[in-house]
Design a protein around this ligand. Sequence first.
Ligand code: 9MR
Length: 766
Amino acid sequence: MKLKKIKNKLLLLVMGMVLSAPLYANAEEALELMIGFEEEEMFFEPRGETEQLERTSEDAYTGDYSLLVTERSQPWNGPAVRIEEHVDVSTEYSFSVWVKLIEEATVELQLSTQIGDGDNASYQTIDTQSVSSDEWVELAGTYRYDAIVDDFVSIYIESPNSDSVSFKIDDFSMQSAGSSSNISIQTELTPLKDIYEDYFLIGNAVSLAELEGQRLELLRHHHNLVTAENAMKPEYAYNSSREFDFTDQDRLVNRIKEEGLELHGHVLVWHQQSPEWLHTEDGQLLSREEALDNMYTHIEETVRHYGDDVIAWEVVNEAMNDNPRDPEMWRAMLRRSDWFDAIGDDYLELAYLKTREVLDENGWEDVKLYYNDYNDDNQSKASAIYYMVKEINENYAEDNPGELLIDGIGMQGHYNSGTNVDFVRMSIERFRELGVEIGVTELDITTASTGELTEEEEKSQALLYAQLFSLYKEHADIISRVTFWGLNDSTSWRAERNPLIFDRDLLAKEAYYAVANPEEYLARNDGSEESEKRVGQAGYGTPQLGEEIDDIWSTAEELAIDRYQLAWQGANGTGRVLWDEENLYVMVNVDDASIDTSSEFPWEQDSVEVFLEESFEQSSTYEEGTGQYRVNAEGQETFGEMTDHTSIETVVTETPTGYTVQFAIPWVNHTPQEGGRIGFDLQINDAESGNRESVAVWNDLSGQGFQNPSVFGELELTRADDSSTESDFLDSENGEGTNSPLIILAGLIIGSAAAVILVIMKRNKK
Ligand code: 9MR
């Protein structure tokens, strides 16, 4: 990545410029940076090797020019601007940039910030929005830099779910809150590491940014263990000449040691964040011998390098498929990664044997070897892992009686508020039978919706944290550590879903108190709150199903399919629903960069599912008129086992970024009426290499919809003339979106004031 520093004097820099109300609520907010692309100098530079940046006069959000971004080849490619010269530590900044796609598609674009350079960099998300070629969309959000590392801070725009989409950006701005925020770490809180001293270690995921200033203060107060969130992954162990280079890692490890924290090693062998050339050359897999040789060299050098600075190594990470159908046949259930394909199904066992050998040779017997994976609450996956560890350890014990090769199982713990703690318990109990220890290695709990955390969401998140910690305490004899995956919400890999126990200001959330005293928290909150059921609307009308998307769909409310049942968030899309006297019509737009329908099981293929309960009885069993209708990305229809009525019409069309599915589902047992209600849900299954990796739904997080209609969301049937246009569709439950004329007027005034100011700024630059 080659980014040159912006020269201050070249920028249109309105340092300290005070903008007057009503544009900003806080009169002290000052514009630091504004880049509108009217001048030749673009200031933004490409992050990757391939993408092209070019000013264009074809389109602009304001003024005459915007910046065109084409030829991207990786999701993280995109335009970046260096801003460290404008950043004061502990000051909050708000960022805004307007974006629009070039091609007809809908894709998520993301505004992110990078702090630090090289292997110790950390990457944080500021905002993510669905963007199309129809209109300019604003990516906006705030970020407070608690630490600057390596004198490097940049802001960039990427597309997390697409490698190649081309887009335009305009009117980037950065403004500070004027005065530094007076945040102090709540050192009066009882340190979690003390509360759990007799139970297990308390860990967190770190980069160098957590080892400075207030972040360090919070880290040290509650934790006694850390995992490098990224720096110790195979990708970062080499320089560009394929030689080992641990310079950046050594700086990190030295700081960790100076602070007296223990270090958990993450990770030696993984299908991600690893150099391709370890197992593949020119697109061809290496031979078993060559790949094994590379794997052994990587393990030997890395394990020797860190020695007993680590207390454990995750030797292999995420080797098991999700939801494996035949857990006992664990070898056949392994993920078809390049490591697997190049070496064979014994690559794991060989990796553990090699690591153990290097440790034994050097007298580092205390370093524990872990197997680490996610969706650990899924009983099929837990069971396949169980059989795998059992067999590998039994083999080892034949020559080494009484000894373990795999000492521990890492349950990552990327959960969500729909996670059922009973399944976590069942997995722990299963692993206990193996005589291994358990590490909770990457704990976080995402909320169902993105953006600001509601009180209800904060409570249900805290409740699950309490249930988990109460469970962990029960099993503390075998649980060695509990590591949170990130210090606070703004720096989490899932920042938009506020998954951690400290908030954006590093202050304790309800979840902290739930973790600190789970029994008391559970006694106060009986756990009876139901997860929030979504309510939406179906518009009235009869769409033509076909290649052309009928205009009438745009009169129906857009339903976001953005709740995730599993740890990964690959699939995404939106749905719209219409009804008439004959049918319920559903259209789902899916963003999916690579279509995979190779599994023999339809739900493990890229596909869309509609769940419908015509009568809205919220029954717990399937009756006549209740159905689960599935269509894969190639148009093949399948149905849930309990669905009787299977005569539906469907059309699937390809789009530049995925596919669209249209359904007409006849009413079976029901006369629909305006104002009527139905039970309803939408699901997108996203497959990768023959396995489902991600499940996105409109409403239900429990995954029980296939047998229990009571978990469906709710749709109201409206008439066309009272269903409004897209922009003011509402959440009918709380009446949001009912724009009063006054609010609209105020919005227009503020909007035009902002536009006028931006145009003036652009003119100033000429
Ligand atoms: O949190 C990590 C994030 O910063 C990286 O971009 C991402 C790349 O895959 O990896 C994240 O950490 C992952 C961990 O290494 C393995 N388990 C899943 C974690 C979340 O993706």
